[in-house]
Design a protein around this ligand. Sequence first.
Ligand SMILES: Nc1ncnc2c1ncn2[C@@H]1O[C@H](COP(=O)(O)OP(=O)(O)O)[C@@H](O)[C@H]1O
Ligand SMILES: [Mg+2]
Length: 279
Amino acid sequence: MRSENPEKHVRNGENLSHQHTPQEQGRIVEIDGKDIANVELMEPLRPVNDLLYKTARYLFTSGKFTVNAPFKGFLLYGPVGTGKTEIVKQVTRRLAYEMQDKASVRLIPVDSAVIASPRWGESEQVFNEIFAHVKELRRQVDNPKVVVLFDDIESLMLARGMSAAREWHYSLNSVLFHLVDNMNPSETMIFATTNRLDLMDIAIKTRLYSVEVPAVPMETLMKAAQGLLDSMLGQNQEEEKKMVLKDVETRLRAVEHPNIRDTRQFAIMSCIENGVLSG
Ligand SMILES: Nc1ncnc2c1ncn2[C@@H]1O[C@H](COP(=O)(O)OP(=O)(O)O)[C@@H](O)[C@H]1O
Ligand SMILES: [Mg+2]
């Protein structure tokens, strides 16, 4: 018997990957793609979003590539705060809505830093749990399609120092890559993110297709700031908006590689510091 209800550990919301602790009973968090909040991605990110969406959709629906697929997912790389994690969420959301008549699309976010923590015990076990969870899900919902997000995957390496990492990496490799090699991307895909492409070894790079997430140009960041201010301030506050925008631009120019996160933070803080918010 199939049930509509997913799992008792299932919780909805954002950023859940940062909330679970080793003490928790259920270590695997699973999110219904339709519950992911919609974020309008900025222009430079849209081609990446489209590429990932189209590929995942093709692999999920065509059935042409199963365990023999030449890659099992994507490795998104690029500077911090460019929207790598957000793209994965938005692609999952889009898949969930576009495929809702025929499939249940789920996101399993995995915080790589948490897996790397010694308190998590054998990391191998965690990977096994993830794949066991996916297997179980298949018994519970009709036609599940799963995106496993390994966020900031470089922390798997960095948390242990390079020499320890290497040793640990070998033992992990044998388990993880065995699991990945047996993975069927017409049902489950891996999306990994990193800002340290240099730390990724060939074993990862051959199993996941690498896609660069570009840094967003200043002009686009300023447009985003403008949009955010339009949503925060009234139409009668054009003067204030101009003043805050100028301030945001000055602050962004002082940052080496300004990103969308900086932009949003500066816009909000500048409004507060300049006393232009009402309510
Ligand atoms: N195109 C976008 N428009 C608005 N907010 C965005 C956009 N891309 C990312 N964000 C937000 O900016 C922050 C940083 O994005 P994130 O995906 O965490 O970056 P990364 O994973 O590359 O470090 C997040 O709060 C995210 O929701
Ligand atoms: Mg991220």
